[in-house]
Design a binder for this molecule. Structure first.
Ligand code: FES
Ligand code: FES
Length: 164
């Protein structure tokens, strides 16, 4: 068993978990944050992406024990109360989701992507960077549009769009 302690969406959480507990299981089953989805459990789909110390990570590829001591942001931590995060707002405005299963991972990956490209993004880069996120509704076109729009807003505001 491992004792873990981390900050999730600004709140310290912890507990004793089995050594094999994945970060995604810890977030969903111990912390109760079910917005982070599990599509494959084998590092293929990207539905489980969260930010660990400011970087996008597939939370099915990391043990909860490995994340101990880190600061984690999940999809639930992006909005500021009723105000959607700019990337969430762009997905809403550009119809970047259909069933919504891939959406939390897409948005967490997109937020990280935008912050790593303060100069702005082009379509080819967005499509290449989304390689690790699968949308089974095949809604990539509007997802890419949403990310490009959010990237433009960020370049104009010169502000970081990322997580708390
Ligand atoms: Fe983690 Fe699919 S559940 S990549
Ligand atoms: Fe359904 Fe992407 S919106 S899987």
């Amino acid at each position: 068993m491992s004792e873990v302690s981390l900050v999730v969406n600004g709140r310290r959480v912890g507990g004793v978990v089995e050594d094999r507990t994945l970060l995604v299981q810890f977030l969903r089953e111990h912390v109760g944050l079910t917005g982070t989805h599990v599509g494959c459990d084998t590092s293929q789909c990207g539905a489980c992406v969260v930010h660990v110390d400011g970087k996008a990570v597939k939370s099915c590829t990391m043990l909860a024990a490995q994340a101990s001591g880190s600061t984690v942001v999940t999809i639930e931590g992006l909005a500021n109360g009723a105000d959607l995060h700019p990337v969430q707002a762009a997905f809403k405005e550009h119809h970047g989701l259909q069933c919504g299963f891939c959406t939390p991972g897409m948005i967490m990956s997109a937020t990280d992507m935008i912050n790593r490209h303060p100069e702005g993004l082009d379509e080819a880069t967005v499509r290449a960077e989304l390689e690790g996120n699968i949308c089974r509704c095949t809604g990539y076109h509007n997802i890419v549009k949403a990310i490009l729009a959010a990237s433009k807003t960020r370049s104009k505001s010169k502000g970081k769009v990322a997580s708390k």
